[in-house]
Design a protein around this ligand. Structure first.
Ligand SMILES: Nc1ncnc2c1ncn2[C@@H]1O[C@H](COP(=O)(O)OP(=O)(O)O)[C@@H](O)[C@H]1O
Ligand SMILES: [Mg+2]
Length: 335
């Protein structure tokens, strides 16, 4: 309604009415037309400004929320872990202090082994995995790396040892290179390129308008699988001995899936891995499979033994295998 054209048409139409009835002389109509059109721009600007104030208020609320979030306590007398053996010792956890999400979880990750977490949706797999990089602290029991409670390890040391590639990858609105460098800001361009190649994302980055200097969300728009490969590159650069991996349940296209799998196998070589597994090869090839159900470990062992045991795992595996053979989406069966 406030566009210059509409205003001009309205002023001229109404004005000519007055001119015809003789209430206004034609010459007197001119200033109305000129001022009317000139007024539209400031009014439009006011409208836009109000939108911006509203968006600013929403951002302010989010920033307040972030600032109000409690920091995890930093250890007063930090200790250095001796080795990379990970031990979950009778771990209990709840998000709200009332409904327990994990009960009495015992789990050992031997250095250089792959542990697959499987179980129905909502069993607590993501929660358990997130406790190792200390996204939250346990309510009961302890998690130890190299014999030292993660709460006694200084954060910088912890993140030198533990890196993670999560399902829902968040990239920062910053250059692609800086996104990869997040875990090791001092890394040079050659190193960034080396890990990007290893993560099968280098060619995609070079195809961007400004290569590694493209900004995520502006001239670098990544698909889910591509963003995950960027986060694999980030984890490769950080070069931690322990990797927590939440496998994506499905990819848009098989090519992207193959690339992500190739990137992940580079990341996992020779490291200790805790993987929330949605894919048959990862599950079947794991050194240890841990089946979670409603926050408890209900079964553990190797693939063949668990299949032979005919319990929850055998049921989940058969269900997934059936849908897999039918070419259906795996999501929802093990996930
Ligand atoms: N941030 C959160 N706040 C509160 N409850 C949560 C949060 N994340 C997960 N939960 C709850 O914890 C339980 C376990 O969730 P999750 O660990 O995501 O399971 P899984 O990864 O096995 O599907 C679920 O009941 C879920 O609703
Ligand atoms: Mg999950």
């Amino acid at each position: 309604m406030l566009s210059p054209v509409t205003v001009l048409v309205v002023v001229l139409a109404a004005g000519s009415g007055f001119v015809v009835t003789g209430a206004l002389s034609a010459v007197d109509l001119v200033p109305f037309a000129v001022v009317g059109v000139a007024l539209t721009l400031p009014l439009l600007t006011l409208g836009h400004a109000e939108d911006e104030v509203r968006a600013g208020r929403r951002s302010m609320a989010r920033i307040r929320e972030l600032l109000a979030a409690e920091e995890l306590p930093v250890p007063a007398r930090p200790r250095r872990p001796d080795g990379d053996r990970v031990e979950f010792d009778r771990v209990g956890f709840s998000y709200d202090g009332e409904t327990p999400v994990l009960h009495d979880v015992d789990l050992v990750l031997e250095p250089g082994t792959v542990t697959a977490l499987v179980g129905p949706s909502g069993a607590g797999k993501s929660t358990l995995a997130a406790l190792l990089p200390r996204f939250a602290d346990v309510d009961a029991g302890a998690i130890r790396i190299g014999g030292v409670d993660v709460r006694e390890i200084v954060p910088a040391e912890l993140y030198r040892r533990v890196s993670f590639v999560l399902q829902d990858v968040r990239l920062l609105r910053d250059t692609v290179a800086d996104n990869i460098r997040l875990g090791r800001p001092d890394a040079g361009p050659a190193e960034v390129e080396r890990v990007a190649r290893a993560a099968h994302i280098h060619d995609r980055i070079m195809a961007l308008p400004r290569g590694y200097d493209s900004v995520v969300g502006e001239d670098a728009l990544f698909s889910g699988g591509e963003a995950q490969r960027v986060s694999v590159a980030r984890a490769l650069l950080a070069d931690a001995r322990l990797v927590v991996l939440d496998e994506a349940a499905s990819y848009a296209d098989p090519e992207s899936e193959a690339q992500v799998q190739a990137a992940l196998s580079r990341l996992c070589a020779g490291r200790t891995l805790l993987v929330i597994a949605h894919r048959l090869p990862t599950v079947a090839g794991a050194d240890q499979i841990v089946v979670l159900d409603r926050g408890r470990v209900v079964e553990r062992g190797r693939h063949d033994d668990l299949l032979a045991a005919g319990g929850t795992y055998a049921r989940l595996w058969r269900a997934q295998h059936a849908t897999d053979l039918a070419g259906a989406d795996l999501k929802g069966t093990v996930g």
